[in-house]
Structure formats: structure tokens, C-alpha cells
Ligand binder design. Structure first.
Ligand SMILES: NC(=O)c1ccc[n+]([C@@H]2O[C@H](COP(=O)([O-])OP(=O)(O)OC[C@H]3O[C@@H](n4cnc5c(N)ncnc54)[C@H](O)[C@@H]3O)[C@@H](O)[C@H]2O)c1
Length: 406
């Protein structure tokens, strides 16, 4: 029998990632969307070629539908309320990262899930990427000895999807150290298994995605934007962003004012376009994350050093890991086969596999709630650090030993 899933949020992840994967599997189906913008939700159902019931909030969907599981793919600041509603229904829940946009929101979700005894897990899809799984195996095999330093650098092509919609604002995303960084901080925590993050320092700012850095001359009386679809410089701008018209047209935006293609130079942003965060762990390991949303490529680069060697890798190009022993042996290249189809290097379908297995068997999932709050706590500490120009102790936000017992 088909497993019946309701999806909260019918945007990019709700439609193109989870909606597509779930509706294309033989054993699962999307029976409903909950999204305040019914027009967008209807567009998502049409794009997927499915019949789905449409609701404008999570509670109404849960009150009417008989579901086996809920996927939450709404903006980060809505995760807490949507998750609390879904937890009350007792269903299995897959919530896309971050668990919530604040550490306190994560704690509220964790407490409610614990009380209700529901299986809720965070969509840390990067843990399913073959290259990153292989790095984890090399670390666990002891090939580089005891971990000392983990360095991650993320470069993201053009910043378009960051400064042109809700995640450009701290109040809606928790800032990009939470919204985007929760992926990478989770990986740092995963690689450094057994270590707890203790303190964070971060520096960040906006250098390139600002009104005075537009890469062409403006004509008198012809302002930019406000969004790419109607911008007078649409043909000329090298950063023009094409939206999916069924989900994000002027017509769907008329219903809720949500434009996904605001000008990335002039939009009212209070997040950063580049920065560096440093995390110190309680097991004598230090880690850093560099975020740069201004580049002509998108990739993540890793340099991981232990007392016996170093691992160097890039997530995308080439998909291989270089292990450099400190003494004796030659450097070794581990080729990682291409991941196959599906979003995020084949990681998204594997995440859904785990969700479906967990619904079928009732078994717990490996990426648990403690991982969810740990990643958000580092992100929130990084946000406080760069905004307040100080080093931030994780204990200001949460006692992770409590979260670890969840
Ligand atoms: N795991 C990943 O690799 C990954 C990648 C991108 C985004 N994400 C996460 O996925 C989530 C969705 O991001 P997206 O890029 O699909 O966003 P999006 O802007 O494309 O879509 C969000 C949708 O949620 C709807 N929405 C707004 N408020 C809502 C509410 N209260 N209840 C239900 N729906 C609501 C919007 O109308 C919109 O249709 C975010 O939490 C984001 O951080 C994860």
C-alpha cells in the first residue's frame, strides 16, 4: 500500500525535491500540500502531474487528511510552528534543515517530540552524499590519526538564491550561518564524532551584493529591479534570475507578496555574502567554515587534518578524496563513483529512503534531534559573534549535554 505523505511548503524543496521524489516512487504518494499560497500549491501539484488536496495551513491539512508522514519544507522561521502542529498529530516527520531558525525553537520542537514520542528527523541530506560518507569512513578507519583541524569552504555561484528571497533576512532564516551553515556545521560535528562544540567566533559582511556594486552602468531615470522579471536591465544583467513561473510568477506573488527574484544588489538584506566562522570543540579539535556566495562556481572544499595525515577533497570537482599520510606511505587517491540521479549529488532520494524505511519499520533515524540543535546552536553563535564582535560560548544558548540525551 502507498505511504501517504503531506507536504508543508510547496516551493522549491516541497515541489522539486521532496514532491518529485515521493510522487515518483512506486510505494509513496503526495496526497496533500499545505501552503498559505494556494495558487503556488496548485502549481506544484500540476508540475508534478498529481492530484493533491490543497490546504492553506498545516493544522487544516492534518485535521482532514489521513497521513503516514509529513515533510516540512517551509521557510526556516515557520519550522517551529509547523513541526509543533505535526508533532501533535503523532505522525512521522521529516523536517528540512535547519531544525528551526533559533536554538530555542529547536528546544521547543525537541521537548514536544520527546513528550509525544514521535519520530522526527532533520533532513541533513549532505550526510548521504557518497563522497562525504567516504571521508567519514577514512576518518573512522584512523587513516589520519586523531583529528586536529577541519576546514570547509563553500563557494556558491552568484548568491542569487540568497539575496533575492526570504533567506536574505535574519528574522526569516536565522541568518546564513543558520540557514546555510547548518548543513556544514552538522558535517563538522559528524566528522568530529564525540566532540561537543564549545565556542564560536565569526566574521562576515556584504562586499559584492550591494547597490553600489552593480556590474554595469545604470541609465538616468531607469532604476534596477525591484525583481528580475520586471527589471529594465533584465537582458543586460549577468545575474538575472529565472523563476519557475508556475510557482513564483507575478501572479502567485500577488497572493502573498513573495517574490523569489528580488534584485540581489538592491534587496533589503541583513545577512552576509561572505564570512568565516571558527568553532572550538571540547576534544581539542578546531574547525572552520568559509562561506562565499560570490563566485563563478558552486562547490565545497575540505581539508581535514589529524596527527597522522590530511584528507583533501572537493564535493563536486573532482569527486575524489586525496589522503596524505604524514610519514612513510605515498599519497593515496580514492575515487568516489558518481552518485547517480537525484538532488544534491543523489543525497535527497537517499534521505527519502530513510524516511520511508523509518515509517515502515518504526525504526529511529541516524540524524537525530540532537544533531539538529547542535548545528543550529553553532550557526546562532556565529550570527551573534559577527554581529556583536565577540566570541560566543555555546553554553549561552543551550546546554548540549541535555540535548544529547534526546
Ligand atoms: N536540504 C537542503 O539541501 C535544502 C536546500 C534548500 C532549502 N532547504 C530548506 O528547505 C526549506 C524550504 O526552502 P525552499 O528553498 O523550498 O523555499 P521556497 O521559498 O522555494 O518555498 C517555501 C514555500 O513555503 C511556503 N510557506 C511559507 N510560509 C509557510 C507556512 N507557514 N506553512 C507552509 N508553507 C509556507 C511558501 O509559500 C513557499 O511556497 C527551508 O527550510 C530551507 O532552509 C534545504
Amino acid at each position: 500500500m502507498d505511504i501517504r505523505i503531506g507536504i508543508v511548503g510547496a516551493g522549491n524543496r516541497g515541489c522539486h525535491s521532496f514532491g518529485r521524489i515521493i510522487s515518483e516512487r512506486e510505494d509513496t504518494c503526495v496526497v496533500a500540500f499545505a501552503d498559505p499560497n494556494a495558487k503556488r500549491a496548485q502549481g506544484a501539484a500540476e508540475l508534478l502531474g498529481i492530484e493533491a488536496n490543497i490546504y492553506t495551513d498545516t493544522e487544516s491539512m492534518l485535521a482532514v487528511e489521513t497521513l503516514d508522514g509529513v515533510v516540512i519544507a517551509s521557510p526556516d522561521h515557520t519550522h517551529e510552528a509547523c513541526a509543533l502542529a505535526a508533532i501533535a498529530s503523532g505522525l512521522h516527520i521529516l523536517i528540512d534543515k535547519p531544525l528551526a531558525s533559533t536554538t530555542s525553537g529547536c528546544l521547543n520542537i525537541i521537548r514536544a517530540a520527546r513528550e509525544r514520542g514521535v519520530e522526527l528527523f532533520v533532513g541533513f541530506n549532505m550526510r548521504h552524499a557518497p563522497l562525504l560518507r567516504r571521508i567519514k569512513e577514512v576518518i573512522e578507519a584512523g587513516d589520519i590519526g586523531n583529528l586536529m583541524l577541519i576546514e570547509t569552504r563553500e563557494f556558491y555561484d552568484g548568491g542569487r538564491s540568497y539575496m533575492c528571497r526570504w533567506n536574505r533576512r535574519y528574522e526569516w532564516s536565522g541568518g546564513l550561518w543558520v540557514h546555510k551553515g547548518s548543513h556544514d556545521f552538522d558535517l563538522l560535528n559528524w566528522f568530529n564524532a564525540g566532540g561537543e562544540p564549545v565556542r564560536v567566533s565569526a566574521f562576515a559582511g556584504v562586499n559584492a551584493l550591494r547597490p553600489d556594486a552593480v556590474p554595469f552602468d545604470l541609465e538616468p531615470g531607469k532604476p534596477l529591479g525591484p525583481n528580475c522579471t520586471v527589471c529594465a536591465y533584465r537582458e543586460k544583467c549577468p545575474d538575472m534570475y529565472e523563476v519557475e513561473p508556475r510557482l513564483f510568477s507575478e501572479e502567485t506573488a500577488a497572493a502573498d507578496g513573495y517574490y523569489k527574484d528580488l534584485c540581489m544588489y538592491t534587496s533589503d538584506k541583513d545577512t552576509h555574502d561572505n564570512g568565516i566562522a571558527i568553532v572550538e570543540y571540547d576534544n581539542n579539535v578546531r574547525a572552520s567554515l568559509l562561506q562565499c556566495f560570490v563566485a563563478n562556481f558552486s562547490d565545497r572544499l575540505y581539508t581535514i587534518t589529524g596527527d597522522r595525515g590530511t584528507i583533501m577533497a572537493a564535493l563536486k570537482t573532482p569527486t575524489q578524496i586525496e589522503v596524505r599520510p604524514r610519514w612513510g606511505e605515498e599519497n593515496r587517491i580514492i575515487k568516489v563513483p558518481p552518485a547517480g540521479g537525484g538532488g544534491h549529488g543523489g543525497a535527497d532520494p537517499r534521505l527519502v529512503d530513510c524516511f520511508v524505511d523509518s515509517i515502515r519499520s518504526g525504526a529511529s533515524y541516524g540524524s537525530n534531534l540532537a544533531d539538529g540543535i547542535r548545528a543550529v546552536a553553532i550557526g546562532e553563535a556565529a550570527e551573534r559573534s559577527w554581529r556583536e564582535h565577540r566570541m560566543v560560548e555555546i553554553s549561552e544558548l543551550v546546554d548540549l549535554r541535555d540535548a544529547g540525551s534526546v
